[in-house]
Design a protein around this ligand. Structure first.
Ligand code: HEC
Length: 133
């Protein structure tokens, strides 16, 4: 009996380990497109129409943004945006909408879309370091 429990828990452990291995940063064109539409509705008034000319919000692309977020995780950026944005009204949108907004912001920072959609799972996004210089 003990052996069965032990091997069962080792099996669970290996499942957990495989889930938390590092993921690739990826997002699709469809996510960028819906992110852009959401941005124009909920973010543009503060962050500006080119993401760095806002009167009320900090730049979301370029040197300032990259410098602030380099060496930090995609999960941290997604979680911050979900909790705090639109400013004073965090968690206002659905999770897939926040993820689409992040995809739009990353593309504006020069990252390329691909075939795999960005996950909505913070634990997965936490394993990805933002590739800013
Ligand atoms: C009412 C104005 C306002 C709106 C609307 C708004 N933001 Fe912001 N945003 C800010 C301000 C101000 C900051 C800086 C907050 C701070 O540093 O404490 C900020 C910061 C951010 C940051 C972090 C930037 C950094 O360099 O750390 C992100 C990402 C962000 N906003 C995304 C969004 C998204 C996406 C939306 C739309 C859903 C949005 N914001 C809507 C005002 C706004």
């Amino acid at each position: 009996m003990k052996t069965i429990i032990l091997s069962a828990s080792l099996f669970m452990l290996s499942l957990l380990t495989s889930v938390s291995t590092a993921q690739e940063l990826s997002f699709t064109d469809a996510q960028v497109e819906s992110g852009e539409a959401l941005y124009d509705e909920f973010c543009v008034m503060c962050h500006g129409d080119n993401l760095e000319n806002g009167r009320f919000g900090t730049p979301l692309k370029g040197f300032f943004f990259a410098n602030r977020w380099k060496d930090r995780s995609l999960g941290e950026l997604a979680r911050y945006t979900w909790e705090e944005m639109p400013e004073g009204n965090g968690k206002y949108l659905n999770m897939d909408e926040y993820i689409a907004l992040i995809a739009f912001i990353l593309e504006a920072n020069g990252l390329e879309s691909g075939d795999t959609a960005m996950s909505e799972d913070f634990a997965e996004l936490d394993t990805i370091t933002l590739p800013f210089e």
